[in-house]
Structure formats: structure tokens, C-alpha cells
Design a protein around this ligand. Structure first.
Ligand code: NAI
Length: 704
């Protein structure tokens, strides 16, 4: 039998309950059972006069067992009953807290009678980030200790609070430096010596002095208005119960009801799915675990434009020295100037200390010579999207960077294998596709070339979290995972506009789903010119369907010089940044429809817009899986939520399709094939999607 992760030791006449469940002392079923057993042992040892509860390793209990929520029989009852018994002890119980006490960990600490923390400790109830609410009396004890406003704020954002803030709020009783366990034992002895009577959070009243009479009802109404996140309403209602229920037990029952209510919501399922999905992307099938990685300590970036500058900042923010190479001194100065301006803006907003910003800028060395790249471990090329230029630079880099260095291209559409071939070192090469602004956006698509050395791939995947990115591997294809799917999404948006929907209607329909921005606003912001050029370039390589109406609107807008926000007109017309209806564009869409024989309709519903945009994208995602471009459906969901503003509460497009049912998705695709016609194969259902639907399986959700 395995050793229990919990033990009860004796330190003279004080019991020391120790949790040792690396890495973060999460509340596994074994740990909960260990706690129950250790408490029973303490109860049976009346000679012990107080209990200290502490954790081995780098942190106090930092959360629950998230995988356990997927179990249909999940129940919080055993743990909650344990917390009740712990708090009910008549001998003092001291929590000795270090690291991060999160979720079930903070709930454990709040059931103790005294909370002593090592300086630097942080605490929080982050359940909302999984679409859940604290389910082990956090919603009941925290408002009693910290007040309703603070508790609501902490639980609704999931934010961690630092030691000083937690002390001031009454969540912690005392801070110490040095030997936490010794200090906790000393505190326990002192309490015993004073004959101190345990102070139980459950016995306190939620302080309501100073709160408006309708404070709780207002809080509930505000939270419920954010209907995409049902956990917010549940948290507010549970806190209201903490303040207004006649007894703690009734508040506890209210919390349990609310918890079970959110546990099975699609929103929470989706957010938990993403939690696991993000932890999964680094696992690359077929790669040996012990593959020796290359070391990355110095990085080069070629091109100091929009992307190169952002990439250099992302690297410098992680403390990596960067050599930034440009073709001309004018471009180099402009690039460095923009980087400086960017940092200064962050400092001005109070989000970064001025000296830290200076240190980061100092990490970036501007240069006009490729020779300065000789000693870097990784170089990322971010020059214009031009195959001839990219090949020329790849060849230069292949010749100049030291053996063993990794060469990456930030191309968004070009064939990484061709560029790799040009470098003369295809095994050292891959794509690193950042998203704009590269110092802000979390997504990094890592494009694995046909000849990329597995160690190169694994090294870059390992680098990603260091520079604040979540990396997803993509195979080589046009647009990789994200932009390839965005292309079909834009295709349908444009057809709908030509059929008679307005940009506001198309955007509104997907924004109601929770997407940050609909396709028309997105392209107006990114630039119609940028969008049109990629379509035109794709056409030149023979990559477009033989359909003259394909994305005809974006090309016509481009031809008219309507580039979106930057020229004041695109799909919309702009006053400042405010999008307004653009009658010219509506007329243009109508003229194009006439030219291409597209029937105009007045009955386009929001549901049709959502289905045509999202389901066609899901279908493309299934093809991406079929072709092995993505390793798993959940990787595709990470691409869309981390890189394209797809809402976390929907879990990504593939998860959305799973939750709605793949059979339904197939049926709707077939419906559109029939009513829209399928001459160009737009509605051809992916065989994988069809097969999964027939087998009642999923593409992403739970398909780990
Ligand atoms: P940009 O035009 O802002 O910057 C390109 C820079 O490369 C310019 O500063 C130019 O002076 C420099 N450059 C040109 N030839 C050079 C050479 N021989 N040596 C050194 N520097 C040279 O372009 P942007 O937007 O930064 O795009 C760069 C790459 O990133 C492209 O491949 C693009 O497709 C890709 N990309 C762009 C995204 C975006 O949203 N802008 C998103 C993801 C990838």
C-alpha cells in the first residue's frame, strides 16, 4: 500500500499534521482520506493540546483535484465534513501557510483557528476561472473573515492577494519570517499557555455595517447579468446566503446547491476543458521524454517591424538578451523607438516600474550586421512576407549562426519547408508564428517542418512558457491551424454580406456568442489591405477555389482603397474608432451579388450566421485533424481561445461543436450544402467529423 500523503506527528504536546503531496499538495482523494485519518488520530490523543497544520515542499495546499470534477459521482461532502470537524475542535488549530494557499487550500486554512503565514505567501479562491465556485465553504467563511465586498471581489476575479493585503483583510492573522514551522509551533504553545479559546470563522457574522440595504441584491443582479459566466451569479447568491441565512448550516447548504448547479454547466465544462487543453499542448506524440534539449540563453530577431519588435519585447520581458537586426539604420531606429515608446506607455500606465523597463530595453541590442547573430542560440526571422526574401535570409542565417543554433521563421502563410530548405540546415529550422501584438498575445503556433529535429521542436515548446506563451504545434499547411480556419470563417462572412446581411448583423451574431470581435470589425482593424493581399497571394499560388465570388468583397474594398479603420472606411465607416454603417459597402456587396448571381435574401437569421461561420470552421478543424496538422482537437481550441478571442466559456470551436453535438453539426452542414449548393465543396463534411458523429464521440472535449 502507498504511504499516505498526510501524517500526524508529535512535537512535545503539540500535534503536527503534515501534508506531503508534491508538487503543490493538491487535495487528491488520498490526501483527503489522509486528513480524515490524521484528524481522527488527533481526536483520539487528548494529551496533544493543540494542532499545527503545515505542508512539505514549496507551497501550502494550492488547490483541489480538478480531474475529480469530471467524475459523475464527485462529492465535496467528505472534505467539507472534515473541515467542519477540524474547526469544531476545542483545542487550538494553527495553519502554517507558505507559498500559495489556493481554492481548497485556502478553505482548509479558513477552517483553522489561527492563520500564520510566511512572508510572501499569497492566497486566493480561483475556482471562477474554471467556471466554478468555491465548494468547500469558501463562499461562507471568506465573507465572514474579510467582509462581503472583499470576498465577492476575490471570488469573482479569482485573483490572488498578497500577504499584506490578506493580513489587512483579516484572512491571515499573522506573518513571520524564517522558520515557519517553528513559529507555528511557538504560536500554538503560546495559545495553549493563554488558555485561548478557538475562534471559528463559522461562528462569526458577515459584517454588513456600511453596506447599502440592497447591497446583496444589487451584487446578485450585476453578477447574473454576466450570463456567459453563470458562476458569477452563483458566487453572489452564495455570499448573500452567507450574510442572510439564519445559520451557517443553511449557508453551507446554499453553497452546495450553487456548486452543483454550476458544475454541470456547459460553461464550466468548457473552461475545465481548456485548463487541461493548455496543459496538453506540450505533449508531442512520438517524442521521447528524455530527449536532450538545446539551451536557449541568447536570441536573435531579424526585422524590427510590428512583429520583430513585439517578439524582441516578449523575449526581453523574460530576461533573455536579444540581438535585433535590421536592413537599414532608418528601420532599426524606428523599430527601437517603437519598443521604447511601448515600454514607456506601460510605465505611464503604472503597470511596470521605470527601472525594470530600462533593464528590459537594455537587453535588446540593435544591430545592422548578421555577424552579430553568430553566437545566438535561437534566431527568429520576422521580415516582410515575401518568399524570395525569406529564402535569402534563411540562407544567410544558415551560414552565420553557430552549429546547434535554432532558426525560426515567423511567416504567417509561407511554406516553412521551402524556407528551411533554403537555410541549408532544415533540421535546425521551424516556424514560430506569433500573434500581434507579439508581446501581449499568448498564442504561439510552432510549425513543425518535415525535417525539423525533434529536439529543436521540444526546445522551442519548452521556451514558450518561459516567454509567457502557450504553444501549439502545427504541421505545415497554408495558414497553419488558426489562419486556415479563419479563412473559411471569413469566406462565410463575406457570402452572408453579399446575400444581404449587414456587417453589424454578422458581427453581432458571433459577438453574442461571446467572441471579442466579429469578422468585419476584426478585419477593419487588422487592415482590409492585409486581408486582401493574402487572398490575392493565395490566388497566385493556385490555392483558391475556382469561384470568382470567393471573398470578392474584401478584394473590391481593397481595390477602392478602403483599408478599414486606418482609412476611415472598410466594412464600416468610422468616426474615430466607432464603427458606423457604411452605405457604400452595402451597395458594393449588393452589386457584387448581382455580378456573381448570388441571391439576396431578407430572412438571414443570427442562428444561420453563427452556424455558417462556426460550423464551417469546425469542419475545417476536423480536416486539420484528419491531415495530422494538429495533434488533437483540444490544441485547436487553445489556438482559438489564446490567439483569436474565442470565448473561454465556449471552450473553443471544437469544444463548442462537441457540446452542441457532432451529429447536429453534420446535419446542419448538410443542410447548408443543400440550400447553398456545394459546387466548390465548401460544405463537404469532413470524414473524421462524420465518423465521430456517427460513433457518438467527440472531437475535443474529454478526448485526451
Ligand atoms: P513589418 O513590415 O512591420 O516588418 C518587417 C521588417 O522587416 C521591416 O522593419 C523591414 O525593414 C525588415 N526587413 C526587411 N528586410 C530585411 C532584411 N533583409 N534584414 C533585416 N530586416 C529586414 O512586417 P510585420 O507585420 O512585422 O511582419 C513580419 C512577418 O511576420 C511577416 O512574415 C508576417 O507575415 C508575419 N506575421 C505578421 C503578423 C501581423 O499581424 N503583422 C502576425 C503574424 C506573423
Amino acid at each position: 500500500m502507498n504511504r499516505s500523503p498526510v501524517s500526524l506527528q508529535r512535537e512535545g504536546d503539540i500535534g503536527l499534521l503534515l501534508i506531503d503531496n508534491p508538487p503543490v499538495n493538491a487535495l487528491s482523494p488520498d490526501t483527503v482520506q489522509g486528513l480524515i485519518d490524521a484528524l481522527a488520530a488527533f481526536e483520539a490523543a487528548p494529551e496533544l493540546r493543540a494542532l499545527v497544520l503545515a505542508c512539505e515542499g514549496r507551497t501550502f495546499v494550492a488547490g483541489g483535484d480538478i480531474a475529480a470534477f469530471e467524475d459523475p459521482d464527485f462529492s465535496a461532502v467528505p472534505y467539507n465534513a472534515f473541515l467542519g470537524r477540524l474547526e469544531a475542535l476545542t483545542r487550538p488549530v494553527v495553519a502554517a501557510i507558505h507559498g500559495t494557499a489556493l481554492g481548497g487550500g485556502l478553505e482548509l486554512a479558513m477552517a483553522c483557528h489561527w492563520r500564520l503565514a510566511l512572508r510572501g505567501t499569497r492566497v486566493g479562491l480561483p475556482e471562477v476561472k474554471l467556471g466554478l465556485i468555491p465548494g468547500s465553504l469558501g463562499t461562507q467563511r471568506l465573507p465572514r473573515l474579510a467582509g462581503a465586498e472583499k470576498a465577492l471581489q476575490m471570488m469573482s476575479t479569482g485573483r490572488m492577494v498578497g500577504d499584506q493585503e490578506a493580513l489587512a483583510a483579516g484572512i491571515l492573522d499573522e506573518l513571520c519570517d524564517g522558520d515557519l514551522r517553528a513559529a507555528a509551533l511557538a504560536r500554538a504553545r503560546a495559545l495553549v499557555a493563554q488558555d485561548w479559546q478557538p475562534r471559528r470563522a463559522s461562528a462569526l457574522q458577515v459584517p454588513t455595517a456600511g453596506l447599502a440595504p440592497d447591497f446583496f441584491d444589487q451584487a446578485v443582479a450585476l453578477a447574473e447579468a454576466q450570463f456567459h459566466y453563470p458562476a458569477l451569479g452563483a458566487i453572489a447568491r452564495a455570499v448573500r446566503a452567507a450574510a442572510t441565512a439564519p445559520s451557517f448550516a443553511e449557508g453551507e447548504a446554499a453553497e452546495a446547491r450553487e456548486f452543483m448547479g454550476v458544475l454541470r454547466t456547459p460553461q464550466s465544462q468548457a473552461m475545465r476543458h481548456l485548463f487541461f487543453a493548455e496543459r496538453q499542448t506540450g505533449k508531442i506524440p512520438g517524442l521521447p521524454k528524455d530527449l536532450p534539449l538545446r539551451s536557449i540563453e541568447r536570441v536573435g530577431v531579424v526585422g524590427a517591424g510590428t512583429m520583430g519588435g513585439g517578439i524582441a519585447m516578449a523575449l526581453a520581458n523574460a530576461g533573455l538578451p536579444v540581438v535585433l537586426v535590421e536592413a537599414t539604420s532608418v528601420a532599426l531606429e524606428r523599430g527601437m523607438g517603437l519598443i521604447r515608446k511601448n515600454y514607456e506607455a506601460t510605465v505611464a500606465k503604472g503597470k511596470l516600474a521605470a527601472d525594470v523597463a530600462e533593464k528590459r530595453i537594455a537587453l535588446i541590442t540593435p544591430s545592422l550586421s548578421y555577424d552579430d547573430l553568430a553566437q545566438v542560440d535561437l534566431v527568429i526571422e520576422a521580415v516582410f512576407e515575401d518568399m524570395a526574401l525569406k529564402k535569402e535570409i534563411a540562407a544567410k542565417l544558415g551560414a552565420v549562426v553557430k552549429p546547434g543554433a535554432i532558426i525560426a521563421t515567423n511567416t504567417s502563410t509561407l511554406d516553412v519547408d521551402q524556407i528551411a530548405q533554403a537555410s541549408g540546415r532544415p533540421a535546425d529550422m521551424l516556424g514560430m508564428h506569433f500573434f500581434s501584438p507579439a508581446n501581449v498575445m499568448r498564442l504561439l503556433e510552432v510549425v513543425r517542418g518535415a525535417r525539423t529535429d525533434p529536439a529543436v521542436l521540444a526546445t522551442v515548446m519548452k521556451l514558450a512558457p518561459r516567454i509567457g506563451k502557450v504553444a501549439v504545434v502545427s504541421g505545415v499547411c497554408y495558414g497553419f491551424i488558426g489562419n486556415r480556419m479563419a479563412e473559411v470563417y471569413m469566406r462565410e462572412a463575406e457570402f452572408l454580406l453579399m446575400e444581404g446581411a449587414t456587417p453589424a448583423q454578422v458581427d453581432g451574431a458571433v459577438q453574442a456568442l461571446g467572441l471579442a470581435m466579429g469578422p468585419c470589425r476584426m478585419l477593419d482593424m487588422a487592415g482590409i489591405d492585409v486581408g486582401a493581399k493574402t487572398v490575392i497571394e493565395l490566388g497566385k499560388t493556385g490555392g483558391l477555389p475556382a469561384d470568382p465570388s470567393y471573398r470578392a468583397l474584401v478584394q473590391a474594398l481593397y481595390a477602392r482603397g478602403q483599408y478599414g479603420q486606418k482609412t476611415g472606411a472598410g466594412y464600416y465607416r468610422y468616426e474615430g474608432r466607432t464603427p458606423l454603417p457604411n452605405p457604400d459597402t452595402l451597395a458594393l456587396a449588393e452589386a457584387l451579388a448581382r455580378e456573381h448571381g448570388i441571391a439576396r435574401r431578407e430572412d438571414i437569421s443570427d442562428n444561420e450566421i453563427v452556424e455558417r461561420l462556426i460550423y464551417s470552421m469546425v469542419n475545417e478543424g476536423a480536416r486539420i485533424l484528419e491531415e495530422g496538422i494538429a495533434y488533437r482537437g483540444s490544441d485547436i481550441d487553445v489556438v482559438w481561445t489564446a490567439g483569436y478571442g474565442f470565448p473561454d466559456h465556449a471552450g473553443g470551436p471544437m469544444c463548442l461543436a462537441d457540446l452542441r453535438g457532432l451529429a447536429h453539426v453534420v446535419q446542419r452542414l448538410e443542410h447548408y450544402a443543400q440550400v447553398r449548393g456545394n459546387a466548390h465543396g465548401y460544405w463537404r463534411v469532413s470524414p473524421l467529423l462524420r465518423q465521430r458523429a456517427a460513433e457518438g464521440r467527440t472531437l475535443s472535449l474529454g478526448a485526451r
